[in-house]
Design a protein around this ligand. Structure first.
Ligand SMILES: NC(=O)c1ccc[n+]([C@@H]2O[C@H](COP(=O)([O-])OP(=O)(O)OC[C@H]3O[C@@H](n4cnc5c(N)ncnc54)[C@H](O)[C@@H]3O)[C@@H](O)[C@H]2O)c1
Length: 328
């Protein structure tokens, strides 16, 4: 992966910084020399132990909906807005909570930033939003916005993009559309993504259940490649006002994924099948990532096999911290 050199990051704020992606982003910002990183997170799906122990990190346990930064000298240059009610199934079960955090939280951050000296907001949108299902892949940023999205989460991620566009003249922002992120930092759980859950189950020789036929595809991007994209969206002027897909441009079937996880964990788990969830109408997903390559010079190069190995190593190293949260 080509990384940014010669850039010293200024003060940053990361909402959702104790989460899977946010905590890796915080580490990266510190590595790039950020003078301070304020993390705003209510720990509803994040973990304080994921945050690096560094005097430049200030953790604020707060609901992003009532967000504000108290001390004037804390005003960040870049705001990475990752706090969210995660994700599709959770939003189907709890649509009002989803709207509150993803709609109200994003509005709150933008409203505050519009009246401050923030240089740019980087908004975590989702590749599953905006365009809907039944599409030809790869999915490009210019596809029309669908009014027939499949879950409350997709609707509120799109809502965040509407708010970003509304506030664009007041505060620069970039709408990053994440495809399926995976990697170190994501703790398994009932509402979590397929990769951490498969790894946990395989490590315990428990069955891996595929909801569907297994031929469904997703575009899995390694978390550190995605984080590199977020950093570039902050510091590259030309990203202003754009929607940018952060994905690899490759599809993997869920069956291939399950086979790889079983092989890499030396597991004796079997694969079971259950009907696809009613809201899950996307049989294939792949990002057109040409804009990220052209505007950000981003190379999302980590191969799935290498990323899975790193993730499994991380699970082994942090087993004691992860285990209490894994209720299957
Ligand atoms: N992981 C993916 O594959 C993926 C794909 C598309 C988009 N995204 C987006 O990326 C962002 C980060 O995702 P993630 O995988 O790290 O999820 P995550 O659940 O690990 O991180 C979200 C963080 O937000 C915090 N949070 C939730 N509600 C909050 C509130 N009201 N106030 C303050 N903090 C709150 C949680 O405690 C958590 O630490 C989210 O905005 C998500 O919608 C992720």
């Amino acid at each position: 992966m080509q990384t940014i050199t010669g850039e010293r990051m200024p003060k940053c704020l990361v909402t959702g910084g104790a989460g899977a992606i946010g905590s890796r982003l915080v580490q990266r910002l510190l590595h790039l020399g950020a003078s301070s990183v304020v993390v705003v997170d209510d720990l509803s799906s994040g973990y304080e132990w994921l945050l690096p122990s560094d005097s430049r990190v200030r953790f604020v346990n707060r609901d992003v909906v009532s967000f504000f930064v108290e001390e004037p000298d804390e005003c960040p240059v870049y705001v990475f807005h990752l706090a969210a009610f995660f994700a599709n199934q959770n939003s189907v079960d709890h649509p009002m909570d989803d709207l509150r955090t993803n709609g109200g939280g994003t509005l709150s951050v933008l409203q505050w930033a519009a009246d401050s000296d923030v240089k740019r907001i980087i908004y975590a949108s989702a590749g599953c939003s905006i365009a809907g299902h039944g599409l030809d892949v790869p999915i490009s940023e210019d596809m029309p916005v669908s009014l027939h999205l499949d879950t409350p989460y997709q609707i509120t991620k799109a809502l965040g993009e509407f708010y970003c566009n509304y506030y664009l003249e007041q505060v620069s922002n970039v709408r990053c559309r994440f495809f399926n992120s995976y990697g170190p930092g994501e703790v398994p759980g009932p509402y979590r993504n397929v990769i951490p859950n498969f790894i946990w189950l395989a490590m315990h020789n428990m069955p891996l259940t595929i909801t569907g036929t297994g031929d469904e595809t997703r575009d899995f991007i390694y978390v550190d490649d995605l984080v590199e994209g977020l950093v570039r969206c902050a510091i590259i002027d030309q990203a202003h006002g754009l929607a940018i897909n952060l994905g690899t441009g490759h599809q993997t079937t869920i069956r291939e994924l399950a086979d790889s996880v079983i092989r890499l964990t030396n597991s004796s788990s079997e694969i079971l099948y259950s009907p696809r969830r009613v809201w899950d109408k996307s049989t294939s997903r792949e990002a057109d990532n040409s804009r990220a390559r052209n505007v950000l010079s981003l190379n999302t190069a980590t191969k799935l096999e290498e990323g899975l190995r790193n993730t499994i190593d991380w699970f082994r190293q942090h087993y004691e911290s992860i285990a209490p949260s894994c209720k299957f």
